[in-house]
Ligand binder design. Structure first.
Ligand SMILES: Nc1ncnc2c1ncn2[C@@H]1O[C@H](COP(=O)(O)OP(=O)(O)O)[C@@H](O)[C@H]1O
Ligand SMILES: [Mg+2]
Length: 231
């Protein structure tokens, strides 16, 4: 099972927002996916309660991440998106441990960028692939990124922290759609946001495929032990 864990010790970075939009996109693209809400604040649960068809299905992480993942796997889901809380680090760490890849949303601001380090350290300690996603960024001018985005990339480059090449811009459609139980991929007249989410999903799916391939190869080299792992 492919597990995408959204994590960041910074509240308001965009964990819940990205979880909802990515999961809705993946579902629409035909992936069998489930959303796990591991944040007692329940942002994703609230969004999900407004969805007319209840898709993709939601599971609570309240009784433990591993338990939620195991039952999702038994039910045949291929993808899990886990939303975590900034202030419940023990649960977030469990979600990081279970991750195929850790996605760390960050706004392009000095304090926000620095707050990423702790999450990166946890992912590194656990030997988990991770990437920062710049969220709520100023818009591009044509193909040119805003100075704040370019600066953020330079900051992470210096620290050797991988950053997704795209951006999720600051756009009201990311907020308004969620408030209506929808996502930016569900027929809204925004020319930018659906493309951004599609690009992020495509990058994510490619990364996960590469991770799985590398793991498969390592598994073969070690007698197949890594093959077919839960996460
Ligand atoms: N790309 C974006 N454009 C506009 N508003 C956003 C964007 N990402 C997040 N927000 C808003 O910022 C706030 C915090 O986002 P949220 O996803 O709840 O962060 P977290 O889950 O990391 O605490 C919310 O009000 C959300 O609607
Ligand atoms: Mg949240």
């Amino acid at each position: 099972m492919n597990v995408i864990t959204m994590a960041s010790r910074k509240g308001g970075a965009g964990k819940s927002t990205l979880t909802a939009h990515l999961a809705a996109f993946a579902h629409q693209a035909g992936r069998r996916c489930v959303v796990i809400d591991a944040d007692p604040q329940g942002s994703v649960t609230l969004w999900h309660s407004l969805r007319p068809d209840g898709q993709p299905p939601l599971r609570s992480g309240a009784r433990g991440i591993d338990r939620a993942l195991t039952s999702a796997m038994v039910e045949g889901y291929e993808w899990a998106f886990i939303d975590t809380a900034a202030n419940m680090w023990v649960v977030a760490q469990e979600a990081i441990r279970a991750a195929t890849i850790v996605v760390i949303p960050a706004r392009p601001g000095f304090f926000d960028l620095n707050a990423v380090r702790e999450t990166v350290a946890t992912a590194r300690e656990r030997n988990k692939p991770y990437a920062v996603v710049l969220n709520a960024t100023p818009p591009k001018r044509g193909e040119r990124e805003a100075p704040a985005v370019a600066q953020s990339r330079a900051f992470f480059d210096k620290l050797g922290i991988p950053v997704w090449a795209g951006q999720i811009s600051q756009r009201s459609s990311y907020v308004l759609t969620l408030a209506a139980g929808a996502s930016v991929c569900e027929g809204i007249p925004d020319p930018v946001a659906p493309t951004e989410v599609e690009r992020l999903w495509t990058a994510m799916e490619r990364s996960v495929a590469a991770i799985n391939e590398a793991r498969g190869a390592a598994g073969l080299a070690h007698g197949g032990a890594a093959h077919g792992e839960a996460a």
